[in-house]
Design a protein around this ligand. Structure first.
Ligand SMILES: *Cc1c(COP(=O)(O)O)cnc(C)c1O
Length: 441
């Protein structure tokens, strides 16, 4: 089996390193110019605009239910922050020189659920609620959606179930928003999910089912139970186009933030974005949106940890979701709990084939080092998974592959803009933060 298994693979030499838990930097040999690549896809800018409009319709409801969103008028959006001290720290520590600006996109501080899942997860729940309400004549699309906060609507939704499998953060987003709308919500949590996330969800009224297995098992059982119940809706993290489009809206919001800050992205001001990846939906959706907006002037890299590099294995081997990390002898068990996924999304892998620039991996111990670095230099706390993003910018400037990429594409780096996409962290309780800050592997 072993020999035959390897015969089907592309990039064997690289994959052998990945299987040996070495850190790697893979450049996507299938990257194409944005226009050609995007024209092959079934999704387009109008799908993102549709999602953006739906979120705008729900803004009055969100504002009413979650007062912390009032400052943004009911839009769930995160700060984009320049981090010059972290930049200096990385330059010193890794003996590199980072051209241009380094910023952090603080999805860690998104309202309601404190992670990037507040984009896709919440969007999917809202879309499902809207579909049901329209179908049953409870609302029309031109109504003021603050109606969704009424007792009448809550009673209506209480006859329906929403279920999801999660390593933690997706469950939090789906659970909190579903419960707020009045749905009966069941979150199937993998063994990696942290206790405080389960506690918080139960406190909000969600039912949490715990599994001793990994994420794939939680998803499998959750899906089965949901499919058996006609009034239950399953949020499918591996295949959901809705989730994906909710994430993609981030790119439009980012563009507006650049404009506000007077940052332009063009050929002489290229944008580099580094996003931690689990099953692929969140980073994939954001990437799709970014390529739609910035085209060839944006270069997106995913980052995974060495015990669970599922998307890298799927993309670099060309096998997508036909392979999982266990096939390569890897455990899938990583301290980056949000990235603890063994099998990538085949749907996302397909969409990324010609638009993703590449992927980096890092050892678990480094996420805690990056975490301490950004707390100490910028006083920003991020959860371990989110800190993987910093490996992206370090590798671009420290590795041969990074130099090759810049040279091959003739990129002018002087005024480049680098974004570490910080995918979660603001809800982590104080005592757990302390524990993380004192973790040395
Ligand atoms: C979910 C998650 C990711 C990755 O998103 P996927 O859709 O699983 O790829 C990254 N970071 C954090 C903190 C997450 O919760």
């Amino acid at each position: 089996m072993q020999k035959k298994f390897w015969e089907q693979m592309k990039n064997k030499a690289l994959l052998k390193k990945v299987a040996a838990e070495e850190e790697v930097f893979w450049l996507n040999e299938n990257l194409e110019n944005a226009k050609t690549a995007l024209s092959k896809l079934n999704l387009s800018m109008s799908d993102i605009e549709d999602a953006e409009k739906r979120l705008a319709r729900f803004a009055p409801f969100i504002k009413k239910c979650f007062p912390e969103t009032e400052v943004n008028n009911g839009l769930i959006e995160s700060p984009l922050t320049e981090i010059p001290n972290m930049k200096k720290q990385l330059e010193k520590k890794y003996q590199i020189s980072i051209a241009g600006k380094l910023l952090v996109k603080q999805d860690s501080h998104l309202a309601i659920s404190g992670s990037i899942k507040a984009r896709g997860g919440i969007y999917e729940v809202l879309k499902h609620a809207e579909d049901l309400a329209l179908e049953h004549g409870k609302i029309s699309i031109t109504d003021d959606y603050s109606k969704f906060a009424s007792e009448e609507m809550k009673t209506f939704f209480s006859q329906f179930k929403i279920q999801v499998g999660s390593t933690g953060n997706l469950g939090m987003s789906i659970g909190i928003m579903s419960a707020a709308l009045g749905f009966h919500v069941i979150v199937h949590m993998s063994a990696d999910a942290k206790q405080w996330k389960k506690d918080l969800l139960r406190q909000r009224g969600a039912v949490v089912v715990e599994y001793a297995d990994d994420y794939s098992k939680a998803v499998e059982v959750g899906r089965k139970q949901s499919d058996a119940d006609p009034k239950s809706y399953f949020v499918d993290d591996e295949n959901s186009v809705t989730l994906f489009l909710g994430y993609a809206v981030a790119a439009k919001r980012l563009k507006a933030q650049f404009t506000q800050k007077g940052i332009s992205i063009d050929q002489t001001h290229p944008l580099f974005v580094y996003i931690p990846c689990g099953v692929g939906g969140a980073p994939g959706g954001v990437t799709f949106g970014l390529k739609q907006i910035f085209g060839d002037n944006v270069h997106v890299f995913f980052v995974e940890t060495t015990p669970a590099p599922c998307m890298l294995l799927g993309m670099a081997s060309g096998m997508q979701n036909k392979v999982c990390v266990q096939d390569f002898g890897l455990s899938g068990q990583t301290h980056a709990d949000g990235l603890a996924v063994g099998r990538p999304s085949g749907f996302v892998g397909g969409v990324m084939t010609n638009i993703l620039s590449g992927e980096m991996t890092l050892k678990d111990r480094r996420i805690y080092d990056f975490m301490r670095d950004i707390v100490n230099t910028e006083n920003i706390f991020l959860e371990p998974s989110a800190c993987a993003s910093f490996m992206g910018v370090v590798d671009l400037f420290q590795c041969e592959e990074g130099k090759q990429y810049i040279q091959k594409h003739g990129i002018s780096m002087e005024n480049s803009v680098h974004i570490a996409w910080a995918t979660g962290g603001s809800l982590v309780p104080e005592e757990i933060r302390k524990e993380y800050m004192n973790t040395y592997l």
